[in-house]
Design a protein around this ligand. Structure first.
Ligand code: G16
Ligand code: MG
Length: 219
């Protein structure tokens, strides 16, 4: 029986991808690195340090670890500043409704995000109260596609992975859910999250009614 839900943050609860894009773009322009939306797409759901390495590889750049950390920190400062403008209006359509419904039906709810800024994002959205457990980029060291963040979240909820559904918008996020033996819901196009157990184009379609009807035997 399903007792718990684990949500990714960016691309599921809210769209921080646009703010990440603007911050990476600013850093890349300053560094004279090529960076565009196609490359940004490759950063979906992966950690900050993995992201800067993808951008550097793309530009055939190699730097000392210390310098890489410094540049990633610069990008983060730009990103964190931009979060100040985020408000409780900035949920992806359908996300708030689903969270409210899950709470009213008594399910356990956790966050499973790669972001080290997840708490700030939840605060800006006024969403912290929806979550029993917050798993973020500070909770575990191995990032997605390793299942660690979801295992952390389920363990803290006191549930085994077979009793939880993970919501993810990233290819590597679905890989992580599968590696941990979780049921998965993919949010986005077939070519990105078609390997999830169930897929919806957007969170708007992902109502509790729809989720229950797709995983009939598990409720
Ligand atoms: C999010 C974004 C990623 C970002 C990561 C780390 O992951 O999708 O693009 O690189 O967080 O963010 P930060 O630099 O704030 O630690 P998720 O797991 O919430 O989709
Ligand atoms: Mg995501």
């Amino acid at each position: 029986m399903i007792k718990g839900f684990i949500f990714d943050l960016d691309g599921v609860i809210t769209d921080t991808a646009e703010l990440h894009f603007a911050a990476w773009k600013k850093l890349s322009d300053d560094m004279d690195w090529q960076f565009d939306r196609d490359l940004n797409e490759k950063l979906r759901g992966i950690s900050r340090m993995d992201s800067i390495k993808v951008i550097m590889d793309h530009n055939n750049v190699s730097l000392k670890e210390e310098t890489i950390v410094e540049l990633a920190t610069q990008k983060n400062d730009i990103y964190v500043q931009s979060l100040d403008h985020m408000t409780p209006e900035d949920y992806l359509p359908g996300a708030k409704e689903l969270l409210t419904h899950l709470r009213s039906e008594g399910f356990s709810v956790a966050l499973g995000s790669a972001s080290k800024n997840a708490e700030k994002v939840l605060k800006q959205l006024n969403a912290t109260h929806y979550f029993d457990v917050i798993g973020d980029g500070n909770s575990v060291s191995r990032s997605k596609p390793a299942p660690d963040i979801f295992l952390y979240a389920s363990e803290k909820m006191g549930l085994s992975p077979e009793r939880c559904i993970v919501f993810e918008d990233a290819e590597k996020g679905i890989d992580a859910a599968k590696a941990g033996n979780f049921y998965s819901v993919g949010i986005g196009p077939e070519e990105r999250v078609g390997h999830a157990d169930v897929r919806f184009d957007t969170m708007k379609e992902a109502t509790l009614f729809e989720v229950k009807s797709h995983f009939k035997d598990l409720f």
